[in-house]
Ligand binder design. Structure first.
Ligand SMILES: [Zn+2]
Length: 358
């Protein structure tokens, strides 16, 4: 079977790059639509828009609503066609990034991703997670091309809440554990191919960087001061994990996180659910207690959810059974582990995670 590896054509990361290194955007086309929402509009999208307009790249900001739906998608693609824009720039968090990928694919134009948080590894990938109107995870959509450019301005990221960096750390920490499980089970990466060695190397480096530098990076984030530790952990969260998960494959950690979505508060971030899912992944892989304790201790020290109570859940077997059914949906990556699991196995796994934490 074929191996595959996908990545953005260019990844840039550093302080103040948005106002200094815009050449990499202006060389991509003639007219840009910047999609953004929330605080990112004033913090990053509007300043970028002004910069690009002074550089003769005609640009405008379009604010994405919180309840973006198919009707708004149609209006947006019509607007972009009317403007004859050939670049879509996503400025914001996971939701704006996912929507921008869909929009750029629909009108076949260049896609630039400017994450304003390091909370997930979505920016570099060529897939989007979709959620229904209630915010429940539905599916992954795959696109033909990776983003043309990912620009990570660490002066912007360092001013985001530390909780977002910590969620991204959990998302990135799961990547190597999931890669290894998929590899051991002869499973497939996100493209349905075999993982490349490169994906595994990047995923492993994400883990090493995080265990070594996360605590110092969080301190830097709290002080809103970019240092080398912060730069390295942002790279682990976005680039190393982004390529690692997509070209390496996901497994149970993400299926458990997806399964939890409709049973926990929407305020719980993706990476926080993945932290709990990572522990479930270690249970299912029958990892040694030394390894399990290493991850449990680390996740707990970062304030991530490690038991049912942390997620606002109880040991109610009926609810856990419903979660288990979601975890085992046919399109879930847990099946890449080739374990022929039942819902009862998943319920037991969730209960074991809870017991080990207490
Ligand atoms: Zn993730």
């Amino acid at each position: 079977m074929m191996k595959s590896y996908s990545s953005p054509a260019l990844y840039m990361q550093g302080q103040n790059i948005l106002s200094q290194d815009y050449d990499q955007i202006t060389c991509l086309g003639h007219r840009a639509i910047i999609l953004s929402n929330g605080i990112a509009v004033n913090v990053a999208a509007e300043p970028l828009c002004q910069t690009l307009n002074t550089q003769n790249l005609v640009s405008e900001v379009v604010v994405i609503s919180d309840h973006f739906n198919d009707h708004e998608l149609t209006n947006l693609t019509t607007l972009i066609k009317e403007r004859a824009a050939d670049i879509v720039i996503a400025v914001g968090g996971g939701k704006v990034i996912d929507i921008s990928k869909i929009v750029a694919a629909k009108i076949d134009c260049q896609l630039v991703i400017v994450p304003t948080l390091a909370s997930t590894d979505a920016p570099t990938s060529r897939l989007s997670a979709t959620y229904n109107a209630q915010g429940h995870f539905e599916n992954y959509i795959f696109f033909d091309r990776s983003p043309s450019l990912v620009m990570v301005d660490t002066d912007i990221i360092v001013n985001a809440p530390t909780r977002t960096l910590i969620a991204g750390i959990a998302d990135a920490l799961a990547t190597f554990v999931e890669y290894r499980a998929v590899k051991c089970a002869h499973g497939q990466n996100m493209f349905g191919d075999k993982a490349t060695i490169a994906a595994g190397v990047l995923a492993e480096q994400a883990t090493k960087t995080i265990f070594r530098e996360a605590k110092l990076a969080i301190k830097a984030n709290s002080a809103h001061t970019v240092d080398q530790h912060f730069e390295n952990v942002v790279e682990a969260n976005i680039l190393l994990s982004g390529i690692g998960f997509e070209s390496g494959g996901e497994a149970a950690a993400h299926s458990i996180a997806n399964g939890l979505t409709q049973f926990v508060s929407p305020t719980i971030m993706h990476g926080e659910k993945v932290a709990f899912g990572l522990l479930g992944q270690l249970v299912l892989s029958q990892s040694s207690s030394v390894l399990y304790q290493k991850y449990l201790k680390f996740l707990r020290a970062l304030g991530l959810p490690v038991c049912l109570k942390d997620l606002g859940l109880t040991r109610d077997r009926q609810i856990l059974y419903q979660i288990a059914q979601e975890v085992l949906r046919p399109n879930e990556t847990i099946h890449q582990m080739n374990l022929s699991l039942t819902a009862a196995d998943i319920v037991n796994t969730l209960l074991q995670i809870d017991s080990y934490a207490n």
